[in-house]
Design a protein around this ligand. Structure first.
Ligand SMILES: *Cc1c(COP(=O)(O)O)cnc(C)c1O
Length: 426
């Protein structure tokens, strides 16, 4: 007999994310996590294929991050960021300025990705206001995802399955196709020319659109978007909340296209998956538009837990690990292994595409019900969370070859079973 479920596990008082609470199954109770393994209350272990929404890039419980957070906990767990300063926050801001391309040198801290996007949108609107222009629209891309708060959901493609219910609350925005082909580029150029006086900024997830379906575009497309923004005098916001910190093979995805956005949003892997933290980092042009002798030109935002010292200590420790350990080589090795081991899925009936970018491997299916495959992965001792039409892996960069092979084997098996049974049903 398996051990009974823990007594605290009930849905009486907890409201789950992205869940229909009338039918949501009980989540799996977790009692620990080390490296790439999640330990369940009943003693089973799961190999994590998605690193807790791509945050735990060094695996769970990395000793260097734990030690840094423990030391900070002894000194100063939290203090407000207004009027008071602490070393981990100021050091982190300076390290981000060094790490990021171009003149992205002014970090505004918050505690989640969606809020980092809100801050970027507010910065863009006020950038123009401080220069005497009213611009309230944004151009975002089909299949893009930028978060769940009202501003962020406004620039998230409703067709990607998020936020249809809140359509009436969307602020002014336009959705464009990613300008990949000559025709799409001409159309994008036309939209920018027609609307550039109302548009505050273009917002894009560089190279990989994550929660909207793990769709990739190339560096040339990103460079085209930057050049088009320049031609029409628009700001470019790069939402690197998913792609930042090595996931696509570089520290930031923009670097692959030699693109410097005007504002970049970072979160997810910023603390190595340890604590919530985000940064909205502005370039000089944006920052300077807020500096004047008028207080009204100042940026009015200040989250209570802004720059939390524990989270900043975790982020600094995570950056140490990127400096000391061969993370980007590990990502390249993961990419090669994912490409080789997921490739056999391509031949299966019902598989639309197999693609790999950095430490992201995707098998796209001809169904929008890929989430139905979740239990089959748990049965195989792995944690993989298909959604929409994709089964994807985005593991910790420290994953061992054999563990990654277990994950890719599970994907091949589950997708093969699905392919056979869905064919069987005609
Ligand atoms: C996860 C994500 C967000 C939202 O971050 P939260 O911390 O969940 O609010 C925004 N943009 C992208 C690209 C993301 O992947």
């Amino acid at each position: 007999m398996p051990p009974a479920a823990p007594s605290w596990l009930s849905l009486d008082h907890v409201w789950l994310p992205y869940a229909q609470m009338a039918t949501a199954p009980l989540p799996l109770p977790v009692v620990g996590a080390t490296g790439v393994r999640i330990e369940l209350a009943d003693g089973r272990g799961l190999i994590d294929g998605i690193a807790s929404w791509w945050t735990a890039c060094h695996g769970y419980g990395h000793p260097h991050i734990r030690a840094a957070v423990a030391a900070q906990l002894d000194k100063l767990p939290h203090v407000m960021f207004a009027g008071l300063a602490h070393e981990p926050g100021y050091t982190l801001a300076a390290r981000l300025a060094t790490l990021l391309p171009g003149d992205l040198e002014h970090a505004f801290f918050s505690e989640s990705g969606s809020v980092a996007v809100e801050i970027a949108l507010k910065m863009a609107v006020q950038f123009w206001k401080n220069r005497g222009e009213e611009r309230h629209a944004f151009i975002a891309f089909r299949h893009g995802y930028h978060g769940d708060t009202l501003g962020a959901l406004s620039v998230t493609d409703p067709a990607s399955g998020f936020h249809d219910a809140l359509a009436a609350y969307r602020t002014v925005q336009r959705f464009a196709e990613l300008p990949r082909t000559a025709v799409e580029r001409a159309e994008f150029e036309r939209v920018l020319a027609a609307q550039c006086h109302e548009v505050a900024a273009v917002i894009v997830e560089p190279l990989v659109q994550g929660a909207g379906g793990m769709r990739f575009h190339d560096a040339e497309t990103l460079a085209f978007i930057r050049a088009a923004c320049d031609r029409h005098g628009l700001l470019l916001i790069a939402d690197e909340i998913m792609t930042g910190f090595g996931r696509t093979g570089r520290m930031v995805a923009c670097a692959e296209a030699a693109v410097v956005p005007d504002i970049i949003c970072l979160s997810k892997a910023l603390t190595g998956g340890t604590l919530p933290l985000a940064a909205t980092v502005a370039g000089t042009r944006v920052f300077d538009a807020f500096r004047s002798d008028r207080f009204d030109d100042a940026f009015m935002h200040g989250p209570t837990f802004m720059g939390n010292p524990l989270a900043c200590a975790a982020a600094n420790a995570s950056l140490d690990l990127f400096e000391r350990e061969p993370r980007l080589q590990q990502v390249a090795a993961i990419a090669a292994q994912l490409a080789a081991e997921l490739e056999p899925c391509r031949a299966l009936p019902g598989v639309v595409d197999v693609r790999v970018k950095g430490a992201i491997g995707v098998v796209q299916l001809a169904t929008n019900q890929a989430s139905a495959l979740r239990p089959a992965f748990v049965t195989r001792g792995v944690w993989v969370r298909p959604f929409g039409d994709v089964v994807y892996l985005a593991p910790a960069f420290t994953i061992e070859r054999e563990d990654l092979a277990t994950l890719t084997a599970a994907v091949r098996e589950v997708v093969t079973e699905w392919s056979q049974s869905s064919r069987g049903h005609g």
